[in-house]
Design a protein around this ligand. Structure first.
Ligand SMILES: O=P(O)(O)OC[C@@H](O)[C@@H](O)c1c[nH]c2ccccc12
Length: 260
């Protein structure tokens, strides 16, 4: 079993329990009373360096990244430093995130939020919307083509945006067959955790102009962002570099401007 299989295996009991407690039909009624979702894709349609700054305490490949994790302070600092959006990792067991954190962050900043999790069911998308996210990540390595299209359509029916994630040619082709506005190219292979920058750069160049290419993972500096931009990226998902910094907002400014 790969780590990806393990993560999905571990989230199933909670998902089943949540559905029993509050079925999807009830969540969908609650969504009707919500204000419209924040426009997640808007920022990326304009020129410039647009970073999706990721809030995560830990990851399976790196263990605990930010031991004292004041996520509201991080969220405020990153928004003030110019983050276009935030990615809130909600997976509990391997990343130490939660939906509660997503709701709190939604109340404390105005920029759009991505629920970053291992999404396999419409239920998780509706939960994301109810907790203040306006985008979800759909990982091609996790789902058959039909499911990707179905979940993507479902998210968009709730007024949300979809970030599809690929890390190889086949996955990219699958995503391009679905109606997804944002196409993420993950330099990290989720099965092995290996980083492949050359491969990611090549794939970024293959994202057609009517989609927004987002470079994901392993970027630490202004140069890394510029490299990904030259390869075709119009947005950048940055987690660890910000979460390891004492002052994530300052680190983001440095990555955006090229100097401290
Ligand atoms: O922390 P990094 O290397 O900057 O990467 C952020 C983000 O790309 C990464 O967390 C990520 C993107 N897609 C994923 C899917 C599963 C787990 C993790 C990820």
């Amino acid at each position: 079993m790969t780590i990806l299989d393990q993560i999905v295996h571990d989230l199933l009991p909670d998902l089943t329990a949540s559905k029993e407690r509050l079925p999807l039909s009830e969540l969908e009624i609650m969504v009707q009373d919500m204000p419209p979702a924040r426009d997640f894709a808007a920022a990326f349609r304009t020129p410039g360096l647009h970073v999706i700054a990721e809030l995560k305490k830990a990851s399976p490949s790196k263990g605990v990244i930010r031991p004292r994790f004041n996520y509201l302070e991080c969220a405020r600092d990153l928004a003030a430093a110019g983050a276009a959006a935030l990615s809130v990792v909600t997976e509990e067991k391997h990343f130490q995130g939660s939906l509660q954190m997503l709701s709190e962050v939604a109340e404390c900043v105005e920029i759009p939020l991505l629920r970053k999790d291992f999404i396999i069911d419409p239920y998780q998308i509706c939960e994301a919307r109810l907790h203040g996210a306006s985008a979800v990540l759909l990982i091609a390595a996790l789902l058959p083509t039909g499911e990707l299209a179905r979940l993507s359509d479902y998210a968009q029916s709730l007024g949300m945006t979809v970030l599809g994630e690929a890390h190889n040619e086949d996955e990219l082709m699958t995503l391009l067959g679905c109606d997804m506005p944002l196409i993420g190219i993950n330099a990290r292979d989720l099965h092995t955790f290996g980083i492949h920058i050359g491969n990611a750069s090549k794939l970024l160049g293959e994202v057609p102009a009517d989609r927004i290419a987002i470079a994901e993972s392993a970027m630490n500096s202004h140069d890394d962002l510029m490299h990904a931009m030259r390869a075709g990226a119009r947005g950048f998902l940055v987690g660890e570099a910000l979460m390891r910094a004492e002052y994530p907002g300052d680190k983001l400014k440095e990555m955006l401007c090229g100097h401290a």
